[in-house]
Structure formats: structure tokens, C-alpha cells
Design a protein around this ligand. Sequence first.
Ligand SMILES: *[C@@H]1O[C@H](CO)[C@@H](O)[C@H](O)[C@H]1NC(C)=O
Ligand SMILES: *[C@@H]1O[C@H](CO)[C@@H](O)[C@H](O)[C@H]1NC(C)=O
Ligand SMILES: *[C@@H]1O[C@H](CO)[C@@H](O)[C@H](O)[C@H]1NC(C)=O
Ligand SMILES: *[C@@H]1O[C@H](CO)[C@@H](O)[C@H](O)[C@H]1NC(C)=O
Ligand SMILES: *[C@@H]1O[C@H](CO)[C@@H](O)[C@H](O)[C@H]1NC(C)=O
Ligand SMILES: *[C@@H]1O[C@H](CO)[C@@H](O)[C@H](O)[C@H]1NC(C)=O
Length: 475
Amino acid sequence: MAWKMACKAIALVSALLLSAAGVNGQSNKLDVDLDSPDSIKAAAKIVAENMYNYYSGDQPGKTPGILPGPPPDGPYYWWQGGAMWGTLIDYWFYTGDDTYNDETMRSILFQADPPVNAFMPLNWTASLGNDDQAFWGMAAILAAEVSFPDPPGPDQPGWLALAQAVFNTQFPRWETQDCNGGLRWQVTSTNGGYDYKNTIANACFLNIAARLGRYTNNATYGEWVDKAWDWMEGVGYITEDYNVLDGGHTPQNCTDLNPVQFSANAAILIHGAAIMYNWTEGSTRDIWRERTANLVNRTIEHFFPDGIMIERPCELEDRMQCNVDQHSFKGYMHRALATAAVVAPFTRAAILPTLRSSTEGCVASCLADGTCGFRWTTGEYDGDVANGPAGQQMSALAALSTLLIDQERVLNGPLTNTTGGTSRGDPNAGERFTGLAPPREIKTGDRAGAAVVTVAVLASFLGSVLWMGMGWSES
Ligand SMILES: *[C@@H]1O[C@H](CO)[C@@H](O)[C@H](O)[C@H]1NC(C)=O
Ligand SMILES: *[C@@H]1O[C@H](CO)[C@@H](O)[C@H](O)[C@H]1NC(C)=O
Ligand SMILES: *[C@@H]1O[C@H](CO)[C@@H](O)[C@H](O)[C@H]1NC(C)=O
Ligand SMILES: *[C@@H]1O[C@H](CO)[C@@H](O)[C@H](O)[C@H]1NC(C)=O
Ligand SMILES: *[C@@H]1O[C@H](CO)[C@@H](O)[C@H](O)[C@H]1NC(C)=O
Ligand SMILES: *[C@@H]1O[C@H](CO)[C@@H](O)[C@H](O)[C@H]1NC(C)=O
């Protein structure tokens, strides 16, 4: 890993020197013609290679599946590995480049943690959020939907079974004692954020349930989708204007709405709603059509004000403070919108031009070596390496890949059990999970570690708890 980072740093520095010197200012930019699928593929390949430089889990002695971290061992939390493999599955699906398929399969199966296979490995359960686990689950259900090569071994779980395991371990965590329902953000009661019932945990749960429902045509999943949607609407996380707010706390019965709007919340919901529209029928379909249309409409207005995506709460001039997690959000939005355009075709006319203009902004932020910026509205590379940079590479890769939407295998839509999907399921997956790691006895030497865990938990995923403390609101 160290040498890879060193090479990367040298490449970056020389790239910056070149641009600073004004030498070949233009030719130092990523060369891509967005009207040419071949050119998009070539550029995506460069960006993928660049992104993959941040991964070292394929090297001897390193842990498969994870990006370097969590802090202080490296900047990335466990969930972002799951997000990266999902991005690479889509990269393969849209471009056909299978360079990363073997490591993708190995990584997901490794972090699923046999024999339970529910993405709750002991290493990470101490700081596990429902959203963290779900990002791996969403990579697994995606693999089933796009017919990513199935794990070959008879003892290995199918992609479908892995996503079912996430669902099966999560729905029992739904509790009605506070706030009339909902999943908590954190899984363990000792974590900061256990008293926070937030949108991301519930949106990810809804997303997985919707996709399992459509894939297996099992109505039980659909009932959970309805329950999760109704609850998020009921507590006001999804507003009448289809703004998607961040969450609320159990001591306040979830009435202390945290108004911050992160794009990941909206993206995961759009994807789930569009899948429900596609799966359901009759008047239920009409309801999901309306929800999908309104979410897409509001999202484009809010997050793409001039046609180029901004992570609104934390990248505007007066508040440039996106953390490592948030540096990866644009990719989830581009991927979710692309899938919505396929499964809910009435959104296509609004979505495709938006993805195109936003990707134009994105590639203008990329250097010739595939290093891309976080901010896409400036027309140049922003040199932002402080909070990433694997996340912005993931985002750029997603933006480029999903422009290749107009090909048969993409437009056919995500597969299901009856339309060519071959993934093996197991309705009882995850049942072997018997509980979280017992808390370790705290020794003196653990003090520094404990402080780090607290910080890690606070900063985990959306960093919502920190936002609350700042009393910040967008207006
Ligand atoms: C857990 O951590 C140990 C020690 O770093 C490592 O050997 C193992 O592969 C990790 N397991 C997972 C699932 O990450
Ligand atoms: C908490 O909020 C729910 C609605 O979200 C409401 O039904 C319930 O009565 C409230 N409980 C208390 C104790 O206020
Ligand atoms: C959103 O809806 C409004 C009102 O119907 C409409 O004027 C606007 O064009 C829509 N925006 C998009 C991006 O579809
Ligand atoms: C569901 O998705 C498929 C695949 O994209 C599409 O052909 C079909 O029209 C969609 N169904 C509806 C009702 O829009
Ligand atoms: C579809 O799901 C059913 C029920 O789980 C299963 O029996 C069947 O084998 C599946 N079909 C395919 C093609 O996987
Ligand atoms: C449908 O899904 C539920 C929830 O996982 C499961 O209990 C049930 O067995 C499934 N039904 C079928 C027919 O597979």
C-alpha cells in the first residue's frame, strides 16, 4: 500500500506542477468525448485504475475487501469498501471490463464473513451501523440483478442469499418503542448514534427490501418497504416537498428533526422507489410513480442547481467541509438516477440530460491520469486530497460508467428470478448469526483506542451526530 500511495503522490505532484506551469494546460486534462461510448470506456478505465490504487487488500498480509482504515490506520471506514465493490460491479456491467471482477467477488465473500455470511464480521461490529452493513448488502443484491458471475463453490452463498442475510438480520432491529418504529442508526447500544434513528439506515433497509421483493416476487419484502416508507414520511424525514432530511433522536421521539440534506439519503430512496414502481401494479404502482417522480424532481432541483451535482450541505464556498464519506456520495446519486431512468422510464427525460451535464462537470475536474476532483462546478481539478480521495474517484467512475446507459443489457433492467437472474437465494440466510461480540474488558492500554473508537463512531457514515451538535441548518 505504501508504495502505491507514494507513486500516486508523485504522479499527483507532477500533474499539479505541469498545470501550475501552464504547460499543456489542456492536454493535462482527462481526454474524453462524452458522445463516444469507446472514449467513455477508455476514460472510465483510467479512472478505475486510479481509484484502485487506493486499495491494497489484494496485497500479501492485507485484509481483503477494505480500503485503508478505519482511522487512524487510514481514512476509510469499512462500509466504503462495500460501496467501492458496488461501484466496480456497475463499472463492469456498463463497460464490460472484467479487470476487477475476481477481487470484487473475493472481497465481498470475505467481508460477508463465513459461515454466517451476513456482513457482520467481528472486526467491525464494535462500530457497526445498519447503513454500513447495508452498503455491502446493496453490492450483493446488485450482483444478483446484473448477473455478476456467481460464486462458484457449492458452499459459497449466492449474491441473493447475502442480501437476504442483511435483510434478515435487520428487520428484527425494527422497534416501535420510540418514534413509532424505525431502525436505529447504530446496531450496538454502546455506540454514539444508537439513539439516532436516521434516514440512511432506514432508506438502505427499504432499498434492499424493494430489490429483494422485485427479484424474488415475495410480498413480505414489499410489506417492509411500505412500513419503512410510511414511517419515514410519518416522522417527517421525507417532507411534503420531498426534501429528505437526516433523522431524529429517540429521547425526543424523533421530533428533533435534523434538517441537513445529504444526497446519499435521497439517492438510496429514489432507487428503492423506482424499483417499487417497476415491481408493483395498479394503484400501488401509481403511488410509487408519484413518489419516484417527486423525489427525482426535487433532487434535480436541489442537488443539480446548474445541471452539475453539488453535495449541498458541505461543498458550497461558505461551508466546504465534506468528510471522507461525503466525498463519495455523488457516485451513488449518479448510479441511482441511472437505474431509476431504466426501471421508471418516465423519469428518463429529466434524468439523462442531468447525468450528462453533471458528468461534463465531473470530467472537467479530472487530470489526464484519471485523478478527479471533488468539486465538479469549477471547471478544473480542485486538488482536494484531504478527505478522500478514493470517494471522488468512485464518483467519477460512476458518472462515466452510467453514461453508457443506452445498451440492451442495461435497458433490459435489473434481472429477477424469472427474467434470467441465476443467483441462489436462501430465505433463512443470516440465521446462524447469534449475537454481537461481547464488549471487551477495557484495559489501560485501550484508552487511546477507546477515544479513537468514539471519534470513529461519531464520524461514521454521515457524521450526523456532529451536524446536530453544530446546530446547523441550511436556511
Ligand atoms: C480482521 O482483522 C484481522 C487482523 O487485522 C485480519 O487478519 C482479518 O482478515 C480481518 N477480518 C475481516 C473480515 O476483515
Ligand atoms: C412518538 O411519535 C409517534 C409518531 O411518530 C406517536 O405516535 C407517539 O404517540 C409519540 N410518542 C410519544 C410518547 O409522544
Ligand atoms: C419539477 O416540477 C416542476 C413543477 O411541476 C416543474 O416545473 C419542473 O420542470 C420539474 N423539474 C424537473 C427537473 O423535472
Ligand atoms: C420496468 O423496467 C423494465 C426494464 O427497464 C422496463 O422495460 C419496463 O417498462 C418497466 N416497467 C414499467 C411499468 O415502466
Ligand atoms: C426462483 O425462486 C424460487 C423460489 O425461491 C426457486 O424455487 C426457483 O428455483 C428460482 N428460480 C430460479 C430460476 O432461480
Ligand atoms: C418470503 O420472504 C420471507 C421473509 O424473508 C420469508 O420468511 C418467506 O419464507 C418467503 N417466502 C417464500 C415463498 O420464499
